[in-house]
Structure formats: C-alpha cells, structure tokens
Design a protein around this ligand. Sequence first.
Ligand SMILES: N[C@@H](CCC(=O)N[C@@H](CS)C(=O)NCC(=O)O)C(=O)O
Length: 219
Amino acid sequence: MLTIYGSDLSAPANKVRFAANAIGVKYEYKRVDLRAGDHLKPEFLAVNPVGKVPAVDDGGFRMFESNAIIRYLADKNNSPLYPRDLRERAVVDMWLDFGSMHVGTVLSKVIYNRIFVPLRGLPADENSLQEGLKFLERFLPVVDGQLAKNKYIAGAKFTLADINLLALFDPCEIAAIDISPYKNIVRWRAALRKEKFYTDCHQAYGVSLKERLAAVKAK
Ligand SMILES: N[C@@H](CCC(=O)N[C@@H](CS)C(=O)NCC(=O)O)C(=O)O
C-alpha cells in the first residue's frame, strides 16, 4: 500500500495526490503538521531525511521530491500521463521541468512574500517579490501561448506536466496573482479543476489559509 505524506497547503504534496488519483493508485494520506514542526521530528526524518513534504512510502520503498514521485508512480502503473514514446516523453519532461524550475520558482517568491511572510510576522523581501512578479509577466504568456495552441501543456494529451502546473497555480488567488488576463490558462485550469482527480483532493485550495491571512491583515 502506498502512503503519501503531505500537508493540505503544500502545492507539491497536493500534486502527488492529484497524480495518484489521476493514475488510479490507491493510497493512504498522512498529514504532517508543518506548523507543529512534525516534519523535523525523527519519525518523519526516517521517512524523508530532507524533512519536507511530500514523501511517499510504497511498501517500504521511500521517496521524496514531488516530480520524481509522480514520474515513478506513472511509470510503475504504466500510465499514459507519462508517455513511453521517447519524444512524447521528452516534451512532457520539458514542460514539467519548465513548470517547476521557472514558473514554480518565481510563483513561490510571490506566494512566500504575500502569504507566508505575513502569517509568520516577518518582513517581506521586496526585491524577491518584485523579481517574482517580473518573471511571471514573462513566463505566464509562454504558458498561455502554449495552451492557445494545444488543449494541454505538452500537447493534445493530458499529462504529468498539467498536473504539476495545476498544483503550482493553486495558491494564486490567495497570493493576489491575477491570472485572468491569460484566457487559455483560465480555461485549462477551470476544466481540470472540475475533474475527479482534483476534487477528490480538494474542492478549493487553502480556505483556512485565506481566513488566517485575512485575520492577520485585519489586525
Ligand atoms: N521540491 C520539493 C519541495 C518540497 C517543499 O518545499 N515542501 C515544503 C511544503 S510546500 C515543506 O515541506 N516545507 C517545510 C520545510 O522546509 O521546513 C518537491 O517538489 O517535493
């Protein structure tokens, strides 16, 4: 039996749940309380020495890093979400890596400064925030342009590259990142958020987070 260790507010952890749902793998979901510091306790460090979610335990085989995990789950289950054809797979890998290394990295600068910094009462890093916003203006049109030509990120088929970006975009509203000018991203996102693989994980991301942030801002 597969165990997924995650946190409801962790986009990479939710990505693994989306992927497991879409692939059709049964799993047990164990919440790791990051606020309580459970990810740094010996019990969890035995599962993932890096002390981060997500992590998985597949019958004693343990892994961390969400993209490595979703590739493993797809391959293990022979899923079309990660095609076997060399070039089809290369295109999925290209968009998966671009999604995480570029879109995800700059999104996290904005999300961190607009959500987690206020929640923790820390000073925002204005340079990092502005850099994140500047690069989003460069990368979001690329994603939108790709979705103008194709139903999905890596082409005509739904793949792990879609699941990755879908999870990474989840906190956008709470972080006041305006996706609305990017009509193709909006269409693609709205369609995928109705799918069972998504709604089996959550109906909407971070309701409690939104409330906590509003309470901090009202002080
Ligand atoms: N690159 C990793 C990122 C994992 C990550 O940063 N997880 C965060 C939650 S979103 C975490 O566990 N943070 C706790 C900490 O770093 O102390 C992945 O994709 O799995």
